[in-house]
Design a protein. Sequence first.
Length: 57
Amino acid sequence: MSRCAQFHPAVTSLVPGLVLAGDHTRQRYLSSMQGAIVSGRLAAQAITPASPAHPRV
């Protein structure tokens, strides 16, 4: 991760129920389509409980 990643918001927030997604969030691929996909998956995992029927990927 780059040094400027510290300034990007995390997918989860301090506000209950607020989850962010997009290439601007803190993840491995900043400002790219891959980053948008990764943050979308992280956001989905943050709001979806893990279960045997739907394991984490």
